[in-house]
Ligand binder design. Structure first.
Ligand code: GTP
Length: 348
């Protein structure tokens, strides 16, 4: 499992925790992924870590409480995706190795992916997902047998709507052939190199739920989809539905919490406030009459009376003064204090 990225697109949330450890529907994101892995019978997981490497072991330990045996390999310098896979080669205990990006929420049929890898005798099998806006991604065409024919860069007119979904099965020898001890990218170097060398690269197309949680907008959507039951997980920490309210969080009378929002332990949503499709980490206070939609509010942050957050990211411990409006992708860094002067910021 690749969990070493810096999560730049999710800053400032990733200043204090690596992306796969951000609380998502009440638990670190990685727990949702690990629960799905365990459910298909995988027991041995190796985490390739780099950025904030120690946080993973502190939380998951040896993995026994998840029914897993988890090992950790730390890169002294980030090795990029294929470099990270190569770097754990000596820990792998089987011939077919499933590799996961640690920031993808997906309902892919993992057994189906493995079965296709074996029945096609592939060197590598990629999960490919069909998307509505393929021009936003590089695309991956396949032939009638499901064999990948090219890895194409982003273009305005992609020939297919299949993209690399960030989950692969590798034959172990292929991993051993990746150059060691230098950064290598799976998408830019390893996969095109395998095609050029005539290797069998298979595409497993699957249209079930799929989301790359790498941006703030995707992060809140994924968390809400988990709470609403639209995305699969065996790791939800409590009863879900319109919202997930954790621990001793308080929702005042007359406040509304909807749209798959998660309210972290120790948080308070005061009277008349409306929170929808949002994630509040621990110990957050939402003032009376405030509106919070599609936003992430970091631990200990305080949102003042009648403030409006829409598509905003508020860092840990920040204070947003009353009547401020923060819209469309505005990010507030940790501990920043915005005075209650009713300012309006929009990132668009
Ligand atoms: P951004 O900085 O926002 O692009 O995020 P990212 O680098 O964390 O994620 P990206 O989507 O680029 O990477 C895909 C997956 O590979 C994520 O799960 C990352 O954690 C992981 N990853 C990226 N680079 C490295 C690396 O150098 N080492 C390891 N071990 N994992 C990596």
């Amino acid at each position: 499992m690749l969990v070493g990225g810096q999560g730049v697109r999710l800053r400032p949330l990733t200043l204090s925790a690596p992306k796969p450890m951000l609380p998502t529907a009440g638990v670190p994101f990685l727990r949702h992924l690990l629960s799905r892995i365990r459910a298909i019978g995988i027991e041995h997981v190796v985490l390739g870590t780099s950025y904030k490497a120690e946080v993973f072991e502190e939380h998951f330990g040896d993995g026994a409480d998840l029914g897993l045996h988890i090992e950790y390999v730390v890169e002294s310098e980030p090795l990029d995706t294929a470099g990270a896979i190569r770097n754990v080669a000596d820990r792998l205990s089987c011939d077919d190795v499933v590799v996961f990006n640690g920031d993808i929420l997906s309902g892919v049929d993992l057994q189906g992916l493995l079965d296709e890898h074996r029945s096609s005798a592939a060197d590598v099998t990629l999960h490919l997902v069909e998307v509505d806006e393929p021009h936003r991604f590089g695309c991956v065409p396949t032939d009638a047998d499901g064999r990948v024919t090219a890895f194409l860069e982003k273009t305005d007119a992609p020939p297919v709507n299949q993209i690399n979904a960030g989950c692969y099965v590798f034959r172990r020898e292929v991993i051993e052939s990746i150059p060691a001890d230098r950064p290598v990218s799976v998408e830019r170097e390893t996969f095109p190199g395998l095609l050029a060398a005539g290797a069998r690269v298979q595409g497993h197309v699957d249209s079930s739920y799929w989301l790359d949680m790498g941006t703030p907008a995707a992060f809140v959507r994924g968390s809400a989809d988990l709470v609403l039951g639209n995305a699969p997980s065996g790791a939800l920490p409590g009863p879900t539905g319109r919202a997930l309210v954790l621990g001793d969080a308080e929702i005042a009378e007359g406040a509304e919490v909807t749209g798959g929002s998660t309210i972290g332990a120790g948080s308070v949503v005061e009277s008349g406030a409306k929170v929808s499709g949002s994630v509040l980490f621990e110990g957050v206070r939402i003032g009376p009459g405030a509106v919070v939609e599609r936003s992430v509010v970091g631990a200990g942050a305080v949102i003042g009376e009648d403030a409006v957050l829409s598509g905003a990211v508020i860092g840990d411990g920040a204070h947003v003064g009353g009547c401020c409006e923060l819209l469309d992708g505005v990010r507030v860094w940790p501990e920043v204090d915005l005075p209650p002067n009713g300012v309006r910021f929009s990132a668009s």
